[in-house]
Ligand binder design. Structure first.
Ligand code: FMN
Length: 184
């Protein structure tokens, strides 16, 4: 049976390159992976008081329940100021609590960062990887995916327009399928 992968996109921009990339990955996924975007834009900013008072926002609870059954997580995100966009960090924090009940624990992960710049979001990619150590998420090491020149990758319909990028996505997804299989 196909492994279910939650896809978290670190941008809310309508024309987001990262969202386009997430859709391209969904379309290109092998049969052994079923990728689904889990939206994170509605999550109130994490505040531990809500938890301590026993009144977590309904959006937090719904998000935790939605993510928990997935077999793995794919992060597709821009870099903001050489780090993780607050939107995505907030979702990670929400999913990680209450303490001891993290939805991320043990889930295999992969990261792709997409940027219009040449460095391809390296900073965000590696700051994310730092969180995976504490979150206990075994993250795929190779191939690394720092995708630069994001503004030139997509055609008018939002599909990948560059053949070498299409080939790279296939390689990335096949490696992730093998990684999830190995750990699952
Ligand atoms: C607050 C902010 C900080 C940014 N910092 C970086 C950065 O550190 N590195 C980078 O490559 N691009 C940076 N950018 C540019 C983004 O890569 C660009 O806006 C990109 O299109 C965002 O991804 P998206 O298309 O998926 O929305 C930044 C953009 C914003 C709004």
């Amino acid at each position: 049976m196909a492994k279910r992968i939650a896809v978290l996109v670190g941008s809310l921009r309508k024309e987001s390159y990262n969202r386009k990339m997430a859709h391209a990955l969904i379309a290109a996924a092998p049969e052994s992976l079923k990728l689904e975007i889990v939206e994170i834009g509605n999550l109130p900013i994490y505040n531990q008081d809500f938890e301590d008072e026993g009144k977590p926002p309904v959006e937090w609870t719904a998000f935790r329940q939605r993510v928990r059954p997935f077999d793995g997580v794919l992060f597709v995100t821009p870099e903001y100021n050489r780090s993780i966009p607050g939107l995505l960090k907030n979702a990670i924090d929400v999913g990680s609590r209450p303490y001891g009940q993290s939805v991320w624990d043990g889930k295999p992960a992969a990261v792709m960062t997409v940027s219009p710049g040449a460095i391809g979001g390296f900073g965000a990619n590696h700051h994310l990887r730092q969180t995976f150590v504490f979150l206990n998420m075994p993250v795929m090491q190779q191939p690394e995916a720092y995708v630069g020149n994001g503004s030139q990758l997509f055609d008018a319909k939002g599909s990948i327009a560059v053949e070498s990028t299409r080939q790279f996505l296939a390689r990335f997804l096949n490696a992730f399928a093998a990684w999830v299989d190995k750990l699952g």
